[in-house]
Design a protein around this ligand. Structure first.
Ligand code: IMP
Length: 190
């Protein structure tokens, strides 16, 4: 069985392939799709669906897509779907983290969560799978592993930020892993 994952991110493809050995998982470039699909939604669900629907409509394949971000309680859910471009510039990690820490300066409620939503379009049906991990935002960056907001995210029950954990340790508990696991369960036992 074949499924398209609407991403070109090698790490994400690897993680899903590892967990779904009975499926042939192809990325967007594997089906000749080189377009940059605009994420114009205002929720993770909307953005994941936009990407999956684009592939189904234009290429006719069963497909899934993900959208993730950081949700900070005291900032009314910011940066949310704007996590990658919080500072205005796409994927400027330094600037994004600086903006976050500046906005939280003097605020004692540091609660936050990472969220991943996967939208799967298959056999004329639409499924959503959501993974979340709760934690707090530190006042300073710590660690060099991972990416994005990892150096300032301290998962609940841990004394290390995501950037101080190994990829394996993070992948056991991450929002993305949880969402993927829910989809894997659905695809495996249905
Ligand atoms: P994407 O939808 O997976 O591309 O994630 C969008 C943005 O959310 C990323 O560019 C990061 O800024 C942030 N983000 C998502 N997942 C993580 C994570 O596991 N660690 C740190 N930042 C993340």
């Amino acid at each position: 069985m074949q499924l398209i994952f609407a991403t070109n991110n090698k790490h994400k493809l690897e993680e899903v392939r590892h967990r779904l050995p009975n499926y042939k998982i192809l990325g967007t470039q594997d089906i000749g799709c080189f377009e940059d699909i605009a994420e114009t939604g205002s929720t993770f669900e909307e953005n994941a669906e936009i990407k999956a629907q684009y592939i189904l409509t234009h290429y006719g394949y069963s497909c899934f897509a993900d959208d993730s971000g950081l949700v900070v309680e005291a900032l009314n859910g910011e940066p949310g779907v704007y996590s990658a471009r919080y500072s205005g510039e796409h994927n400027n990690v330094e600037a994004n983290i600086n903006k976050l820490l500046t906005k939280l300066r003097g605020i004692s409620n540091r609660k936050a969560k990472f969220v991943t939503v996967i939208c799967l379009l298959m056999d004329g049906k639409k499924y959503f799978f959501r993974g979340e991990i709760h934690g707090t935002i530190t006042t300073k960056k710590k660690g060099v592993e991972g990416f994005g907001y990892d150096p300032v995210f301290l998962p609940d029950g841990y004394t290390k930020t995501f950037a101080e954990l190994s990829m394996d340790e993070k992948n056991k508990v991450s929002h993305r892993a949880l969402a993927i696991q829910k989809m894997v369960t659905r695809l495996t036992f249905n």
